[in-house]
Design a binder for this molecule. Sequence first.
Ligand SMILES: *Cc1c(COP(=O)(O)O)cnc(C)c1O
Length: 357
Amino acid sequence: MRMINFSAGPTGLPLEVLQKAQSEFVNYHNEGYSIMEISHRSKTYEEVHFGAMQKIRELYNISDDFDILFLQGGAHLQFSMIPLNLYQGGVTEYVDTGVWTSKAIKEAQILGINHKVVASSKDDNFNHIPDINFDDNADFSYICSNNTIYGTQYKSLPKSKAPLVVDSSSDFFSRPLDFSDIGVLYGGAQKNAGPSGVTIVIIRKDLIDRVSSNNVPMFLRYKTHADAKSLYNTPPTFAVYLLNLNMQWLLDRGGLKAIDQINTKKAEILYSVIDSSDDFYIGHAKKEDRSVMNVSFGIKNKDLEPIFVSEALKNNMLGLKGHRHLGGIRASIYNAVSVEDVSILADFMKEFARKNG
Ligand SMILES: *Cc1c(COP(=O)(O)O)cnc(C)c1O
C-alpha cells in the first residue's frame, strides 16, 4: 500500500515512474548492469542525460537561446552562484517573499554585492506577492515564483528589462512559461521534477559568460558546466535518470498545458473547502496570490492542528504538517498528486470540520 503523499519535498513521484525504474533497476535495457553502475562518459548514460535535457526543452518550448544545466548543491548553491556569475558591479534587485528569497538575499550580503530589496511582504508574514517595479538597468532582478512555505505564487512572472532570475524549485514543470521573460530559471528537482540530487538551471546563453570576477572558482562558473554539457564532473546519474523518466511521464500526459489544468483543478478543490468552512479553516495566502502547488492553512482552534495531521496520517495521508516557520497545515499538491488524491483530502477536511466544528 502506498500513502497519498502531500509532503513538500522530497515527495511522491508518479507510481508509473517508480515502477519503470524498478523494472530496469538491476538490468538496464538488458545491458547487464544498472544505469547507476555505468560511466557518465558512456553512450548509455549520455542518452539519458541528453534525453532529459531534450524533454525539458520540449516541455517548456525552450529555444536555442538557452542552455539547460544539471548541477548539484541544490537551490541553495544557486543563491550564491547567481550573483557570482551575473553581478556586473551595478545594482541587483531582490523581491523578498519568504524564507527562500531571504536566504538568497543573505548570500548577496555575504558576497558584498550591491543589492536592493525592492519589494517585500515580510511585514504581513509573507501572505502575498508585493507590487514590484524593477530598475531596467539592474544587473539582474530576482524572484521566487512559488513560495513553498507560505503558499503564495506569482500568477504570471513580473516584467523586467534586466535579466529576471527565478527560483522555481516548487513550481517547476507545473505550468507553461514564456521564456522570453526569463534570464535564469532554476530549482532543485526534488519538489516537482524528480528526486533530490540534481539542480536544473535554465539560463539564457548571453548570461553564461559574465562571471563577476577572476576569483570565482571554476566549479562555480556556469560557463564551466555549459562548455562541458553538464559533464564537467560526475553528475548525479541516478537522479538524472529518474528526472528523465519523470519528464517522459509529463510528455505522455500531454505536457505542461495539460498538467496545469489538472493542477489548477486540484488547488480549487482544496481552497473551496477552506473558503466554505465558516472560518474553521483559515487560508494563509491572500486569495489572489494563492499557490497552486502548496496550500498552507491553519485551523482556527490551533489545538486541533496536530490532531488533524495525525488523523490524516491514520487515513493514509502523509506530510500535512506545516513548515516550522509558519506552523499549521500544508498540503503540497505537486504533479504526482492526482485529482482523486486531493478529493480524498477534501472529504477528510470536510468531515474533520463537521466533527470538530
Ligand atoms: C526547497 C526549496 C529550496 C531549497 O532547495 P534545496 O534544493 O534543498 O537547496 C529553495 N527554494 C525553494 C522555492 C524551495 O521550495
